[in-house]
Design a protein around this ligand. Sequence first.
Ligand SMILES: [Cu+2]
Length: 189
Amino acid sequence: MADPSLDPGTGDDTSGVRIDRGSTTGMPRWVKVFSIVALAVVLLFVILLLTGGGHGPDRHRTEGSHEAGAPADAEQAVRTVEVTTLDAMIFEPTSISISTGETVTSEVTNAGQAVGEFTLGNAAMQQEHAEAMGHMPAGMAHDMPNSITLQPGETKELTWRFGDAATLEYACHQPDHYQAGMRGEITIA
Ligand SMILES: [Cu+2]
C-alpha cells in the first residue's frame, strides 16, 4: 500500500518535476540562448566601441598627419626653431620656413603670464584642436601629438617631421586667442 501509493506519488512528483524541468529547460533554453547571444552581442559591441574609440582618433590623426607631416622623436630633428608665446596673443616669430621632409624641433617658451599653447598643423587639424578645446575649461591642457600647452615661463619642445610642400599653421587655442590672431604660418618648400 505504502509502496504503490508512494510510487505513484513519487511518479507524480517526478513527472511533475519532469514537466517542470521540461518547461523550465524548454523556456529558459530559449531565454538562455537569447540572453547569451544578446550578452555576446553587447560585449562585442562594447569591445568594438572601446577598440574603435582608441583607433578612431589615431586613424584621424594619421590621415591629418599624412599631408601635414607627423610627430617625430627629438633625436631625429635636424634643427631647432625657437618660438615664444606672448600675452599680446602673438607668436614670435610670426612665420617659419621649413624644407620638405625636414624634421624640426620647435622649442616653445611662454614669455607671458597667461597659459600659452602651440598647436601645429593644417587648417583641419587646427579646427579639430579648437573643437576639442571648446569642450574644456580655460587653461586646461589637451594632449595631442601636435600640440603643447605652456604655463607662464615654461619651455617645451615639439618635434615634427614635415612632409610635402604645404602651408601649415602654429596656433594657440586658448579661449579666443586663435580668433584674436594668435597664429603663425609655416611654409614648407
Ligand atoms: Cu594664446
